[in-house]
Design a protein around this ligand. Structure first.
Ligand code: UN1
Length: 496
């Protein structure tokens, strides 16, 4: 089957990568379905893109923010119009089911709407000066050229969390999409270009992390890097970016716990656990990967959870009746398989799943069965390390305090959830769970774009997307206006 070849977008032009190499983007449900060939870019391509972004910054920063926002609003309308097509493209390249890829495009639509409103805010702060006849204010300035490195699990939503706030604030961007899912970034950027975004304001350089990604992180003219991916890679990004004093925002792994107390609405907790653990085939940084069960309900919950996990329909996400799509690639399947072996060898009990599906309708894809382990203890690797696949650990506890302590006993701190009808416990959990996000009576997944998104401990380095994004993509400037017509020396002329 013929397939299209995509180029990099640099300074408004579609250019082939300098090295002439490409990477095939395959449908993980059916490898004979080639979505397209995308550039395998290197430092030379990144240098061109950064130069284009630098040039465009000179004029983009002077476009009034409300005007920049109008482009985002028009882009939003383009996304709405193309939602179904973009969702289908995304299912083809990433695998998750259509309902979810529609949600992913919708998240970009929501982000555009939210961020466009910021064009008429971008609030600064005025404060009195300590000196007479002097005015003081703090204004938000763009950072400059920013580099964005995005993951494959939310191929349009996460690029939108980064690109759109960066743009409304007046930055210009070079984005390196995930090698497995570049098309959705192309679609998002096309919506912006069609909305009138000037050339060079957003540039796309496709390729691998160790080549294109590393070059972006190291380029001296890039002032900030926003990265979403694994904690291992994030740590390298931060270390390399430090050499040129870049601001770095990192959103990384999770080992997210759903706690179910004896008094919970059990059916609700089951619905939440199933969606949190196996939605997106477990490939969300917010996925539920530990389910902590109080002794009183553990047996009932476990039996029903396993029965329902076994019934989930696995298959090609383009089939509307499918509930769980493939994993994104063979490496992810290997990771899931590896953790199944690790968990078994550590003494956890495999209740269902545990294998890749390789025959019949699954023969040409990367599928893994929804997998449930019971008897997992806090020391086991399955309780501590991120799998990023449909493999979930059931753990038991006696008291609420013990549950919180188990939930907190890991390096990660992204999302957490508590199912209970006890309002006191709910508020204690909101305070005590070490995580950037806590849900009460809802699963660990499902963040909305206008709240802060990010985590503590090894999940992040303190920045937030959503509500916090403008803090990252702007830099404060203090401005003093002295209208006294004389030299006034702060801390000296007005001293007590
Ligand atoms: C991720 O988990 O990788 O909160 C991003 C959610 C989505 C975004 C998830 N809105 O589940």
């Amino acid at each position: 089957m013929p397939y299209p070849t995509y180029q990099n977008l640099i300074g408004g032009q579609w250019l082939p990568p300098a090295g002439g190499k490409t990477i095939l983007n395959l449908n993980p449900a059916e490898h004979s379905d080639v979505v397209g060939a995308f550039p395998s870019s290197g430092a030379e391509d990144v240098a061109l893109a950064v130069a284009a972004a630098k040039k465009a910054f000179a004029s983009w920063r002077l476009v009034p923010a409300p005007k920049r926002a109008e482009i985002l609003l028009r882009a939003r309308n383009n996304l709405v119009q193309n939602k179904e097509k973009y969702a289908r493209d995304m299912t083809r390249e990433m695998g998750k089911v259509l309902a979810e890829t529609r949600g992913d495009v919708q998240e970009a639509i929501d982000e555009a709407f939210y961020v466009a409103g910021e064009g008429r805010r971008l609030f600064g702060v005025t404060t009195p000066s300590e000196l007479p006849d002097k005015f003081a204010m703090s204004v938000r300035m763009p950072v400059g050229v920013v580099g964005l490195i995005t993951p494959w699990n939310f191929p349009m939503a996460i690029p939108s969390w980064k690109l759109l706030p960066a743009l409304v604030a007046g930055n210009t961007c070079v984005i390196k999409p995930a090698t497995d899912t570049p098309l959705s970034t192309y679609n998002l950027v096309q919506a912006l270009v069609d909305a009138g975004l000037p050339p060079g304001v957003v540039n796309i350089v496709s390729g691998g992390g160790s080549t294109a990604g590393a070059a972006l992180v190291e380029h001296p003219d890039v002032r900030a890097i926003s990265f979403t991916g694994s904690s291992d890679v994030g740590s390298q990004v931060a270390q390399r970016a430090a050499a040129t004093f870049k601001q770095v925002s990192l959103e990384m792994g999770g080992k997210n716990a759903q706690i179910v107390l004896d008094d919970a609405n059990l059916d609700l907790a089951l619905d939440g656990a199933l969606w949190g653990a196996f939605g997106t085939t477990g490939q969300r940084c917010t996925a539920t990967s530990r389910i902590l069960l109080q002794h009183g309900i553990a047996e009932r919950f476990t039996a029903q959870f396993v029965a329902r996990a076994k019934k989930l329909k696995i298959g090609n996400g383009l089939d509307e009746s499918v509930e769980v799509g493939p994993q994104v690639n063979a490496a992810q399947i290997e990771t899931s398989q590896r953790y199944v072996e690790i968990a078994k060898s550590e003494g956890a009990e495999l209740l269902c799943g545990g294998h890749a599906l390789t025959s019949g309708p699954y023969a040409n894809g990367t599928f893994f069965e929804p997998t449930v382990f019971a008897g997992v203890t806090p020391q086991m690797r399955l309780a501590r390390e991120e799998v990023f696949g449909p493999v979930v650990a059931l753990m038991e506890f006696s008291t609420f305090e013990e549950a919180v302590s188990i939930a907190n006993s890991i390096d990660y701190g992204l999302s957490t959830s508590l199912y209970t009808r006890n309002v006191n416990r709910a508020f204690a959990a909101m305070r005590d769970l070490e995580a950037g996000i806590t849900y009460i009576n809802a699963p660990t997944i499902g963040a909305e774009v206008h709240l802060p998104f990010g985590g503590v401990k090894h999940t992040g380095n303190g920045h937030r997307e959503g509500l916090g994004a403008l803090d990252f993509f702007t830099t404060w400037k203090a401005v003093y206006v002295d209208y006294s017509d004389k030299l006034q020396r702060a801390q000296i002329d007005n001293a007590e």
